[in-house]
Design a protein around this ligand. Structure first.
Ligand code: NAP
Ligand code: MG
Length: 502
């Protein structure tokens, strides 16, 4: 492989138009080229079909604002067609011997890994997140979810002994823009392994990796209609969750839309799981390994530009080490490299959309107005695209909007505690309950705190660590239901008692 220098690589990473087809030479090492079609249709019944609406929506690269492609806008009739295809496919898919289902899911995982570089680049271009993260986190974790769940497909009787697990039917899945491929994998892998068929609706602003997964399904020879992908905007999602042909709705997104979906399914015999927003507390005790805790806090809030439902956005530090810790954080934040997401040295990429940037700006302004102290390291932000510097507020009060509302951006709010009791009280003083983090040297304290934290995931001396075998989900307004592991499988089966005369 010829070695190219860095500037050549960078130049190659820029988008080049070839007769209406965008072609990319990724800046990460390697010679592979791939194309992005100018237009994407809907994936229904194993085929690409035009939307009955005749409409298409653009998807852009948030780092450059250039249009990458346009994708079909599915209306109610298109959703009907997709649900019908999934219903038809369900008949055969549920009857397939479980070990064959396992083989399909396993094959999807393997092909995804074989095409890892292409998926990482595509995700970075469509979403704005750094290539370092798509390469090392999003794509491998997505594959891990398919591998993990492939293993459950023929072991459901062991998972639910004596309870006769059966698939539910057609599942409507709606996912957000912050981890487009990973959220698709989290949703699809358990659904397929359990014998369900799916209609998946990706977010309007980051649909390309979910659509490319359709190619993986074709390559894996997944039977037509087992997975259908309908792109569009919020109206497509609303049409899907209201469809009478669904057995279950699985949603990841904002608490606001989650509540709307709860109302839409009320009174119907449809199962529902909701993975919603968060405002995680990240506790640092005076006895913690402070330098490691700094790394954990940085990862907790600046990973994926803070577009993370479980982001450690509320840092609560023991008063005795507050000044020292904040000083260390400031110095560490100076070293965060913000810029071209396709550069493998970049730590923080582009904010995903103009709308998200506007929300971040508004909330940061509220922090200033309400009297918290703002810190941003000096960094040059590109002129084009959507950008925001890593931000920290100290002196944050419990009533400040930046302490209560999910910002979903690279903004940390810092407050203090004196005793473990006060730490728990402050940590739980939120309407959310998705995740929490604890940094301390004392094992007994971790157990004491973890049992009192009202959060679905409690990280100890680490943060934002994910595993397909570990259940993930919320308390309170962060939703209900779990994804991952045994608990995740439970959400995709119906359990039947079947007794014979004994
Ligand atoms: P969102 O606005 O709620 O959108 C999520 C998905 O729902 C998108 O596909 C969206 O389509 C669709 N949608 C919009 N309106 C709908 C409706 N009325 N009925 C059905 N579907 C509808 O959330 P987002 O801005 O994409 O994502 C950010 C939020 O997701 C944050 O609050 C974050 O915390 C949460 N999140 C939670 C988790 C978790 O596991 N708990 C993980 C990731 C993100 P369009 O985008 O096309 O409009
Ligand atoms: Mg995009």
């Amino acid at each position: 492989m010829a070695k190219t220098d860095k500037s050549e690589n960078k130049a190659a990473a820029r988008e080049l138009a070839f007769g209406g087809v965008w072609q990319y030479a990724p800046s990460i090492e390697g010679t592979d080229h791939f194309t992005i079609q100018a237009r994407h249709e809907l994936f229904v019944g194993g085929e690409w079909v035009k939307p009955k609406t005749g409409e298409y929506l653009p998807t852009i690269n948030p780092a450059t604002e250039s249009v990458l492609s346009e994708v079909a806008m599915a209306g109610a009739k298109d959703v009907d067609r997709a649900v019908a295809a999934a219903q038809q496919a369900f008949v055969g898919w549920r009857r397939l011997p479980a070990e064959q289902r396992a083989r399909y899911v396993f094959r999807i995982a393997r092909i995804l890994l074989e095409r890892a570089r292409e998926f990482a680049c595509l995700e970075t271009l469509d979403n704005g997140k750094p290539i370092k993260e798509t390469r090392d986190v999003d794509v491998p974790l997505a594959a891990q979810h398919f591998f993990h769940h492939a293993g459950w497909a023929d072991k459901l009787d062991l998972l639910f002994p004596g309870q006769h697990p059966e698939p539910l039917g057609v599942i409507g899945q709606v996912i957000p823009w912050n981890f487009p491929l990973l959220m698709a994998a989290w949703k699809l892998a358990p659904a397929l392994a359990a014998g369900n068929t799916v209609v998946l609706k990706p977010a309007e602003s980051s649909p390309l990796t979910a659509l490319r997964l359709a190619e993986v399904f074709q390559q894996a020879e997944l039977p037509p209609g087992v997975v259908n992908i309908v792109t569009g905007d919020g109206r497509t999602g609303a049409a899907l969750v209201r469809h009478p042909g669904l057995a279950k709705v699985a949603f990841t997104g904002s608490t606001e839309v989650g509540k709307e979906i709860q109302r839409a399914v009320a009174g119907r015999s449809v199962e529902l799981t909701l993975e919603l927003g968060g405002k995680a507390a990240h506790l640092v005790f005076e006895d913690a390994a402070l330098d490691q805790a700094v790394e954990g806090v940085v990862r907790g809030i600046f990973f994926n530009q803070g577009h993370v439902c479980c982001a450690g956005s509320r840092l609560i530090v023991q008063e005795s080490v507050h000044d020292l810790f904040v000083d260390k954080l400031r110095r560490r934040m100076q070293r965060i490299r913000v810029g071209d997401p396709m550069d493998k040295n970049t730590d923080m990429g582009a904010i995903h959309s103009a709308a998200q940037l506007a929300r971040i700006v508004e909330l940061v302004q509220s922090g200033v107005d309400e009297g918290a102290e703002l810190f941003q390291p000096r960094c040059e932000l590109p002129a084009k695209g959507f950008w925001f510097a890593p931000t920290m507020f100290t002196g944050v009060g419990q009533t400040h909007r930046i302490c209560r509302e999910e910002i979903f951006g690279p903004v940390l709010s810092v407050s203090t505690f004196r005793t473990p009791e006060e730490a728990v009280e402050k940590a739980n003083n939120t309407s959310y309950g998705l995740s929490a983090g604890i940094w301390t040297d004392k094992g007994a304290r971790i157990l004491w705190l973890a049992s009192r934290m009202k959060a679905g995931v409690v990280w100890n001396n680490t943060f934002n660590r994910f595993d397909a075998a570990s259940p993930f989900g919320g308390f309170k307004e962060s939703g209900f239901g779990r994804e991952g592991g045994r608990q995740g499988m439970r959400a995709y089966v119906r359990l039947k008692g079947a007794l014979s005369p004994g």
